[in-house]
Design a protein around this ligand. Structure first.
Ligand code: Z5A
Length: 213
């Protein structure tokens, strides 16, 4: 059986990843593609428990390496118990965030070295990397304003504008480094216009894989 693909959705907070992931799911399903949707941190019961630990605001300061290890612990569980079996069964996995988020948040945001992240990436994932990354890019203030409308902020959402600016820059640097893998959308546009951009990106992805056996 032909293997499936891993398509991840990335961006700073509130840019519309979850919303557009729903659009991608419907768009692909309407073209008879077997799709499953998941998220990080999370995606299995244990990984969702780790997500709670990571997002919950707390008085104790969280050490950067402890945060990094928790993220990769959740990823190891999610990858082996969910993502890989789905890809091997021929399904397309749409994942709300993956390791590009670690480079952006823990690397760009917290200042953990990319070399250190890369060691864990290789340990947990071996050679696996997302086949495609949909990057929703918008000025930080736009996403923050959208996220704030939802009420209670999690531990990451309480960070400063400067923190999210570093994250956005890291994503854009990575998109420039791997243009064949990254599809960057202007997420500051109205919802329907972003969905139109996403449909074009998905068509391009379908065209890329149409010729594969
Ligand atoms: N994290 C990490 O540090 N390291 C890692 O390796 C990983 C994650 C994997 C949880 O992620 C946190 O984990 C995340 C980074 C960290 N924290 N932060 N910040 P998450 O994905 O669950 O949390 P999030 O980034 O904050 O996602 P979000 O808040 O759910 O935002 P979103 O999915 O991008 O946006 P949305 O929910 O689709 O839309 C937000 C609102 O805007 C909503 O009301 C929409 O209706 C509205 N919206 C969406 N698009 C538009 C447009 N185009 N116009 C107007 N309004 C819009």
């Amino acid at each position: 059986m032909k293997r499936g693909y891993l398509i991840t959705f990335e961006g700073t907070e509130g840019v519309g990843k979850s919303t557009q992931l729903g659009h991608a799911e419907s768009w692909l399903k309407s073209r008879d593609i077997d799709v499953v949707v998941t998220r990080e941190p999370g995606g299995t019961p244990l990984a969702e428990d780790i997500r709670e630990l990571l997002l919950c605001p707390r008085d104790e300061s969280v050490n950067d390496v402890a945060e990094l290890l928790l993220i990769f612990a959740a990823r190891a569980q999610h990858l082996n118990n969910f993502i890989l079996p789905q890809i091997q069964a021929g399904r397309w996995v749409l994942c709300d965030r993956f390791t590009d988020a670690t480079y952006a948040y823990q690397g760009g945001g917290r200042g953990v070295s990319h070399e250190r992240i890369s060691v864990l990436e290789n340990l947990v994932q071996g050679p696996l990397r997302p086949d495609h990354v949909i990057l929703l890019d918008a000025p930080v203030e736009v996403g923050m304003a959208r996220a704030k409308k939802r009420g209670e902020l999690d531990r990451f959402e309480r960070e400063t504008v400067a923190f999210f600016e570093r994250i956005r820059s890291t994503y854009l640097e990575r998109a420039a480094q791997w243009p064949e893998r990254y599809h960057t959308l202007d997420a500051a546009q109205p919802l329907a216009a972003v969905s139109d951009q996403l449909s074009c990106a998905l068509q391009a992805i379908l065209d890329i894989h149409a010729t594969e056996a």
